[in-house]
Design a protein around this ligand. Structure first.
Ligand code: TYD
Ligand code: MG
Length: 458
């Protein structure tokens, strides 16, 4: 019997179904996200019923103590920055989604990983729905990734890919990209939410059954989320984002979800003529051209499991227009506006008629409030045109009444600062009192922004 088909409108962001077109999704709030799709009527309830009957048959709880974890459950991709972001290698049977803007280097990274996996463990299948086999070969030659054990397949039908892959001996599967493949089970066009969800579910089942890792490449929409984002992010085990300005050579790989490791861990890469190379010492890179002029402050942020030093620059200049310009890159816009207000009210620095620009050098996006103190220092330093001490690292959170609040992991930050060769540190007073270790740094504790402004002035 032919399944009954039904036309509906589905939100491409969260999968919400509506019988008619609507401008704003009532579920996730996305605008203009509804697209007409064809689905099987009753398919959802029927599928749920079959799934229930199936699980009832093989329900078998096991005692938690009897579950063994072995180290061989993880494969090393041969790229240590990628392994670290994954939580120490990729877990067998897991599904990893890698998202990022076009041209950022997703295919390059995965082809390099494929080559390493193939050399170490044996056959790896790289499926591309985006590029021809010749194009991939050209890239592979550039990267020197031409191991015998890399198998290439140019195919977009999920059933065909998995039929072949299930029969063969494979150690990993890469799908480039999830938006180009489609399954016969969903009626809509490739790239639509229902296609992405159905296809991803098939890859998940395949990964679990076969016990090999599957990497999916995902495109990013204008808004910066993976197309068909929520549905996909919920399904997979690990979500990594590849970020960075295409104008710069540096790329940052960040884990935003990881069932098998820490989140917010970052890996830093440099795009070269022969592929991506790992940057093992990101602090040195971010500080390599660090300026000795006024308006520059160095802070230490925690990214996942390690501390990284970066430079924050500010430029404060008299405004020529009625409305002063405020432009902040790499830091939270609202947060910096708040810090400017605190500086005006508590620090008695009049910034009302000034244009203020703040930039985090090297393309890192800082989300931690621990950078507050460095942002304020950079602004004050530029405003007064006084350079900060050479080799000084600054971190701490600033409260609304101008007090400096304690932050976490002070020791890790100071350790990294002294390893990089910093000489001075300004940290919250309460953190200084609690310090247990000794560091090769002259450390000053500050309790309010006025104390900080005094230090900058002296
Ligand atoms: P690619 O991996 O194709 O990006 P994505 O899959 O995310 O769309 O990378 C494309 C860019 O990287 C392209 O602009 C060329 C550049 N590139 C290099 O600079 N060096 C290299 O060795 C390779 C393979 C690509
Ligand atoms: Mg690509």
């Amino acid at each position: 019997m032919k399944p009954k088909l039904k036309r509906v409108f589905q939100c491409q962001s969260c999968g919400y179904i509506s019988p008619k077109w609507i401008g704003k999704c009532p579920d996730c709030g996305a605008w203009n996200s509804f697209v007409e799709e064809v689905i099987e009527a009753e398919s959802i309830s029927k599928k749920a019923e079959t799934a229930r009957l199936k699980t009832l048959e093989d329900i078998q709880p096991v005692p938690i103590s009897s579950i063994k974890i072995t180290l061989s459950d993880r494969l090393s991709t041969g790229i240590s920055e990628l392994d670290r972001v994954l939580g120490g290698g990729v877990v067998r049977g897991s599904l990893v989604l890698i998202g990022g803007d076009p041209g950022i280097g997703k295919s390059t990274l995965l082809l390099q990983a494929t080559d390493n996996l193939a050399k170490k463990y044996g056959r790896v299948l790289y499926v591309s729905g985006e590029e021809s086999l010749t194009q991939i070969k050209l890239r592979a030659e550039r990267l020197g990734a031409i191991s015998e054990n890399i198998l290439l397949l140019s195919e977009t039908l999920v059933e065909k890919i998995l039929d072949w892959a299930s029969e063969e001996e494979l150690n990993a599967l890469v799908v480039d990209s999830i938006q180009t493949v489609y399954t016969e089970e969903a009626m809509s066009a490739p790239g639509s939410v229902s296609q992405i969800r159905e296809s991803a579910t098939k890859f998940i089942n395949f990964a679990k059954q076969k016990g090999i890792p599957v990497f999916l490449i995902g495109h990013v929409t204008k808004e910066g989320a993976i197309a068909g984002p929520r549905v996909l992010e919920h399904l997979v085990d690990t979500v990594l984002y590849f970020e960075g300005d295409r104008g710069y050579a540096y790329r940052i790989l960040r884990s935003v979800k990881n069932r098998f490791g820490p989140t917010n861990e970052i890996g830093v890469f440099e795009m070269t003529g022969t592929g991506l190379i790992e940057v093992e010492n990101p602090s040195l890179i971010f500080l390599s051209e660090h300026s000795q002029n006024s308006g520059s402050a160095i802070t230490a942020t925690i990214e996942g499991t390690r501390a990284i030093l970066t430079e924050i620059q500010a430029l404060v200049a008299p405004s020529n227009f009625g409305m002063p310009r405020r432009n902040f890159i790499g830091v939270d816009y609202q947060r910096v506006n708040l810090l400017v207000a605190v500086l005006e009210k508590r620090g008695r620095i009049n910034l009302a008629g000034a244009d203020i620009f703040v930039n985090v050098v090297g393309g890192l996006k800082i989300t931690e409030p621990s950078s507050d103190l460095a942002v304020i220092s950079a602004i004050v330093s530029s405003f007064r045109d006084i350079p900060l001490h050479e080799g000084m690292v600054i971190f701490g959170e600033v409260g609304l009444s101008g007090e400096i609040r304690a932050i976490s992991q002070t020791e890790m930050r100071l350790k990294e600062a002294s390893r990089i060769g910093m000489k001075h540190a300004i940290i919250p007073k309460s953190n200084l009192e609690r310090l247990k270790e000794k560091f090769n740094l002259k450390i000053k504790g500050v309790g309010s922004i006025n104390e900080l402004i005094e230090i900058i002035g002296s």
